[in-house]
Design a protein around this ligand. Structure first.
Ligand code: SF4
Length: 307
């Protein structure tokens, strides 16, 4: 039977040495992405989302299996980073930087660069070829990074919080551009974010991460309107809350534990409103204890979601 998945990850683990021990920041994570599918990984900062992206790009060491069309890490992929100003070279024009990103020497020419600038909707591309990054707004710089990613002809685009530094209007423009590339060009998209408000636009499917684990996954509509895991519920509830009187964004009380300080049992138990006694002793490898007396299954014994 043909494998319908473009990317198939099994038991991915990323660990860092802390005081002589190897501490997992991504722990036995498994998921797949099909060609043309857009998958969002969502969770608070420090849950391990970006480490998955770095492992996929081969930028951090990991264990487990990363299989792309059965060819290991050979299939083309490109990554868009959070902060375009630091990802771009300030002393090279944006045209030169896109030109250098084109892998085949034969295509490294101005005409090809203009095509990419058009594809990411940068107006007057002929004029903008010679502009420097500091002459562009944050949104335009992010478009340049997307153009550089496209120049590598990826089948999988990995976007790590690509809109964090942008204001709301520009953020939506960039999301719509990525979605268009995903649907029109058939690019698979792995979109990493902590912004719940954009999930509906960008994602076909959502993976929810907490403390290095995927705690729940499913189609976007199901996760947004009928999620099951208490962490997912708390996270989704934030979308309907206003900023507080000091203008701070709403947050779940408490904070994500550092990997070296993960609590015993379920790592969410110190913050979970549904926690019961057993949650502090047993990891919910099979079931989530607080929901209908162990009847709501989130994870199978390999740590994979069953949704
Ligand atoms: Fe909450 Fe217990 Fe479920 Fe963990 S296992 S999410 S603490 S109810």
């Amino acid at each position: 039977m043909k494998n319908k998945f473009l990317l198939n990850i099994r038991s991915l683990t990323v660990s860092f040495p802390v005081k002589g021990d190897l501490v997992p920041v991504v722990d036995q994570v498994s998921f797949s992405i099909s060609r043309g599918e857009s998958v969002a990984v969502v969770g608070e900062s420090g849950c391990g989302k970006s480490q998955i992206a770095l492992a996929l790009m081969g930028l951090t060491s990991s264990s487990g299996t990363i299989n792309m069309k059965g060819q290991g890490l050979e299939v083309s992929k490109a990554m868009i980073f959070q902060e375009p100003m630091t990802a771009l070279n300030p002393v090279l024009t944006i045209g030169e930087q896109i030109r250098e990103a084109i892998p085949e020497k034969i295509n490294r020419n101005r005409k090809k660069v203009i095509e990419y600038l058009n594809q990411v909707k940068i107006g007057k591309p002929e004029e903008r070829y010679g502009s420097y990054p500091h002459e562009f707004s944050g949104g335009m710089r992010q478009r340049v990074l997307i153009a550089m990613a496209l120049a590598r002809k990826p089948v999988l685009l990995i976007a790590d919080e690509p809109t964090t530094a942008l204001d709301a209007v520009i953020r939506k423009d960039i999301i719509l551009l990525l979605k268009e590339l995903n649907k029109k060009e058939g690019l698979a998209l792995l979109f990493i974010t902590h912004d719940i408000s954009i999930l509906k636009i960008i994602a076909d499917r959502i993976l929810v991460m907490y403390a290095g684990h995927i705690v729940e996954s499913g189609p976007t509509d199901r996760i947004l309107h009928n999620c099951r895991h208490p962490y997912t519920k708390d996270l989704m509830a934030l979308a309907s809350l206003e900023k507080d009187e000091k203008g701070r964004f709403p947050a779940i009380p408490g904070s994500v534990p550092q990997p070296e300080n993960y609590p015993s049992g379920c790592p969410y138990h110190p913050r979970c409103k549904s926690a019961i006694d057993i949650c502090s002793r047993e990891f919910p490898a099979l079931k989530c204890a607080g929901l209908q007396k162990w009847s709501c299954i989130h994870l199978n014994s390999a740590g994979r979601t069953t949704n």
